[in-house]
Design a protein around this ligand. Structure first.
Ligand code: GLU
Length: 477
């Protein structure tokens, strides 16, 4: 096995990257970078498509959006390719051949229906559903007869019932699997293609993977793959089984739960930095919870891995982290991420130049929890508010509202000289028995249709003079 750390992210191109996948990719990335190792991307497409299909490309695009770069993999290549399983059939055939030669596999002719029947019966009898080894000891002439009749078959691995295999894990140290708890598993399918259990094992071996980091839902697979490593006398990688991510009800997170799909999170205005940050701190603790990818590489403590079987996905916490990242990003970066939402929600925003938008973003970003909030938060810049005297009077009382409007009217010609205008109305407001919040609240209402929010000085800086004049005149003019 390689001296240097080699890890892999091995997604199946189902066309859907969920946050469990992203967490696996992230943990592999952090581990590889902290240990100065190599991150391999392997696409587990055993359907022999022999090309990166849309779902495969979707994985590459998502990884790029997340800034999770891999060192070897599709497109960029590497010494252990090809990196699409659909292009590695020859290698699987070779290792299957070794298993056949060493009589470690046998042909199973049981049909799907028969297997299903057996499964049901076992469950009905309260037994764990396992293959009952009907074909393990078929006499040679029977096998020959079935082959002559062209009956379809699969290759099954002959598991040694009495064996117990040990694996080394980062989360629980040594784990021992008793093979009596498993049964002879399939190596091939009836159409001749190879099963996940086998291809995944073959590739981890051939790609010299030193650490297999993946979800805890693969623990049973690990047991059977360990049997394969032992059968070939290949050195075993170390394993890290990541706790299952659950929803608030403690059930495994699924498509029904908001935030499960990365695309969904992206469309809802979550930043890649926030998603990675949140997934990294899930189930562990950091003094400062806001961590960039670079900081995570440096600070993640792989010596203190918890062995919790599950952790809770908390969308509110993710929103909070997203908010923190929105505040933290430099304006040009934030604009880059925000633009698609802004253009979609307010098409006329396309005409506003970037400097102006960056300037506005800088002033309003604290009001954004997600990028999708942009339309509502920035709309005051594009649209005149709907205002009416009744609402103003209701809010401040009739006398105050009239006094405030009068004061604004008297000084309206000064409104293009922000400091002077605001200082004057502030001073004069006092003389006329108005509180600051009453005069500024009235101004804000006329300008943006709301009594609270963005600071008055920022507002005067953002809005063009003629817009200010027009809006202030609305009720007071
Ligand atoms: N293709 C498998 C999956 O997406 C790979 C699991 C693994 O990392 O071994 O679940």
């Amino acid at each position: 096995m390689a001296d240097k750390v080699r890890v892999r992210f091995a997604p199946s191109p189902t066309g859907f990257m969920h946050i469990g996948n992203v967490r696996a990719a992230l943990m592999n990335y952090l581990f590889a970078h902290q240990k100065k190792g190599t991150l391999v991307l392997r696409i587990e497409d055993t359907d022999e498509s022999r090309n990166l299909d849309e779902a495969g490309f979707n994985i590459l695009k998502t990884l790029k959006w997340l800034s999770l770069k891999y060192d070897e993999g599709p497109i960029i290549g590497g010494d252990y390719g090809p990196y699409l399983q659909s292009e590695r059939t020859k290698k699987y055939k070779k290792l299957l051949h070794d298993l056949i030669k060493n009589q470690l596999v046998y042909r199973c002719f049981c049909t799907k229906e028969e297997l299903e029947e057996k499964r049901k019966n076992q469950i009905a009898q309260g037994m764990p559903p396992r293959y009952d080894r009907t074909c393990r000891n078929l006499p040679t002439d029977k096998v020959k007869e079935k082959l002559a009749n062209k009956l379809p078959f699969i290759w099954r691995f002959k598991l040694n019932d009495e064996a117990a295999y040990e694996i080394n894990t980062l989360e629980r140290g040594i784990i021992k699997f008793e093979m009596k708890n498993f049964s002879d598993f399939a190596i091939t399918r009836q159409n001749g293609s190879f099963t996940f259990l086998f291809t995944n094992f073959v590739d981890d071996y051939l790609m010299q993977i030193t650490h297999v980091i993946r979800g805890e839902d693969h623990l049973t697979n690990t047991a059977m793959q360990a049997a394969l490593f032992y059968a070939f006398a290949f050195p075993l990688p170390k394993f890290w089984h990541l706790p299952i991510i659950c929803n608030v009800d403690g059930k495994k997170l699924s498509k029904r739960d908001f935030g499960f799909g990365v695309q969904e999170l992206r469309e809802e205005g979550f930043l890649p930095q926030a998603i990675l940050n949140y997934l990294a701190i899930l189930g562990t603790s950091f003094e400062d919870e806001i961590q960039s990818l670079g900081q995570l590489v440096e600070n993640y403590n792989f010596d203190k891995i918890s062995s919790t079987g599950s952790i809770k996905f908390d969308i509110e916490k993710l929103k909070w982290i997203n908010h923190k990242w929105i505040e933290k990003l430099p304006a040009n970066k934030l604009l880059e991420f925000t633009k698609p939402f802004l253009h979609d929600q307010i098409p006329s925003s396309i005409e506003v130049d970037d400097n102006k938008l960056e300037f506005i973003l800088e002033k309003i970003k604290t009001d954004l929890k997600t990028l999708k909030d942009i339309g509502a938060v920035i709309s005051f810049y594009f649209y005149d508010p709907v205002v009416d005297i009744v609402a103003l009077e209701k809010h401040f009382g009739k006398d105050k509202a009239i006094t405030a409007l009068k004061l604004i009217k008297e000084n309206i010609n000064m409104s293009n000289k922000t400091d002077m205008f605001l200082e004057t109305v502030k001073k004069e407001a006092k003389n006329r028995g108005l509180k600051i919040k009453e005069i500024f609240g009235t101004l804000r209402y006329l300008l943006i249709g709301s009594f609270s929010g963005i600071s008055m000085y920022d507002l005067f800086e953002i809005l063009p003079d003629e817009v200010i004049l027009k809006r202030l005149k609305k009720l007071s003019g």
